[in-house]
Design a protein around this ligand. Structure first.
Ligand code: ARG
Length: 460
């Protein structure tokens, strides 16, 4: 056990399966650059604090530059006792620059603060990339909604034809949901980007380390102010998993809509070949696999969130090895969410719409509310207007004709207040343009929504 980093008090080696069971290097090697940056910042702080001489610091920094290159070029040779990225890097440093200096690096430091630092540094960059991808997705929705503002389609409640809306309105309904996720994400990034470095194993640092300077060097926005909290807390992982789950929930519903709209029965949209696949048996098939995977992978994202809650809920304060189990789910979650956003953007930017199919799916019954609103404008209480319009729908049903094929006489027979001008109610475009209060589906209201989204995208 003497070649283990913590070997001093141990007399026997580890069970070989325990070695495998314990190691996190297969996945936390992803953090090699963050781990090295954190080590250099820590060494620099110990230089200022008089723990390291300038020569010693220079040797450490140079040694790490070589090690970083080894990782980058895939020539770093992992050894059996490299438990995790922290031990691997430190072991290698002592090989490269000698134990005399290498052995000083960890003065006052714990892997507990290192792993929290590495994860936050890595996550910060990943989330910033995701922020950019999410902005791209919203941009595509916004620009389509501008270009295709004339297309009308059925709006649904309970997946039943409800009222006509603009296709752009559907696009922006999801873009708005995504923009709320974007705002949440920006908040999450702020809290992820706080530094635990200089907190030690749990109790703090005894060598007057300048935590502010280390945080600044590493690009953190600030410090975590309690060392026990800093090493034992995985809020930043929770918040990320919650955020990712919330986003995946939104993208899953968006995907479900498009799966329906791309079916032959609807035919409102057609996916590009790049995001569809065929069937091995049925030659005619073109399946929306991209969308189904978006829907399916959301379950996996939620699972990681629930899993981490279960892992952490009963832990005593500060670091416990259970926390190592927060790393893999987080990495997988980030990959899932990041890929999903880019796939969604690909799907949305390449699909074609069929406005004529959307129009054909509109049914005159979707204008029944217009009849009630027409009567309201003639001074009829809405409840009564609703009843009268319902009688019109029932009449059409009994006659076996669509509502717009009833004669004026038939309409007047239902209620004499349905005058000659009632035919104006049968105009889809008019119905849509009447919804011009903020948030509605008229052109002006849609343009208002676009302005708001563009502001959020411009980060102000
Ligand atoms: N690899 C560990 C993790 O991911 C950090 C090591 C801290 N381990 C320890 N026994 N103090 O959590």
């Amino acid at each position: 056990a003497e070649n283990m980093l913590w070997g001093g008090r141990f007399t026997q080696g580890l069970d070989p399966l325990m070695v495998q069971y314990n190691t996190s290097l297969p996945y936390d090697r992803l953090f090699y650059a963050q781990d090295i940056a954190g080590s250099i910042a820590f060494a620099r702080a110990n230089l200022k604090g008089g723990i390291l001489s300038q020569d010693e610091f220079n040797a450490i920094e140079k040694g790490f530059e070589q090690i970083r290159e080894e990782w980058r070029t895939n020539s770093f040779v992992v050894q059996e006792n490299d438990e995790d990225i922290h031990t691997a890097n430190e072991r290698r440093l002592s090989e490269v620059i000698g134990k005399e200096i290498g052995g000083k690096l960890h003065t006052g430091r714990s892997r507990n603060e290192q792993v929290a630092t590495d994860m936050r540094l890595w996550l910060r960059e990943e989330l910033r990339r995701i922020e950019g991808w999410l902005e791209d997705l919203i941009k595509v929705a916004v620009s389509r909604s501008e270009a295709e503002i004339d297309a009308l389609m059925p709006g649904y409640t309970h997946l039943q034809k409800a009222q006509p809306v603009r296709w752009s309105h559907w696009l922006l309904s999801h873009a708005t949901a995504f923009s709320l996720e974007l705002e949440r994400l920006r908040e999450v990034i702020k809290r992820v980007n706080r530094s635990p470095l200089g907190c030690g194993a749990l109790a703090g640092n005894p060598f007057k380390i300048d935590r502010e300077a280390m945080a600044k060097e590493l690009g953190f926005d600030g410090l975590l102010y309690n060392s026990m909290n800093a090493v034992g807390d995985r809020d930043f992982a929770f918040e990320t998993l919650q955020w990712g789950s919330s986003f995946m929930l939104k993208i899953s519903r968006w995907a479900e809509d498009l799966i329906i709209y791309s079916s032959l029965e609807f035919g409102f949209v057609r996916l590009a070949d790049a995001y569809s696949t065929g069937s091995s048996l049925m030659p005619q098939k073109k399946n929306a696999d991209s969308l189904e995977l978006l829907r399916g992978k959301s379950g996996r994202a939620f699972g990681h969130m629930a899993g981490l809650y279960c892992t952490i809920k009963g832990l005593p304060t500060t670091y416990n090895k259970d926390l190592q189990e927060s790393v893999e789910p987080l990495i997988d979650h980030i990959k899932t969410v990041g890929d999903s956003i880019q796939i969604a953007t690909g799907v949305l930017s390449t699909l074609t719409i069929h406005p004529e199919k959307m129009l054909a799916a509109l049914a005159p019954e979707m204008l029944a509310t217009e009849f009630a609103d027409y009567l309201v404008r003639k001074g009829v209480p809405f409840r009564e207007g609703h009843y009268i319009s319902g009688r019109v729908v029932a009449l059409a049903e009994n006659e076996g004709v669509p509502m717009d094929k009833l004669s004026l006489e038939q309409l007047k027979g239902v209620d004499p207040r349905l005058g000659d001008d009632v035919v104006e109610c049968l105009d889809y475009e008019r119905a849509v343009e009447l919804k011009d209060a903020t948030g509605g589906t008229s052109k002006s209201a849609i343009r208002e929504q676009i302005v708001i989204l563009k502001k959020i995208l411009a980060r102000n």
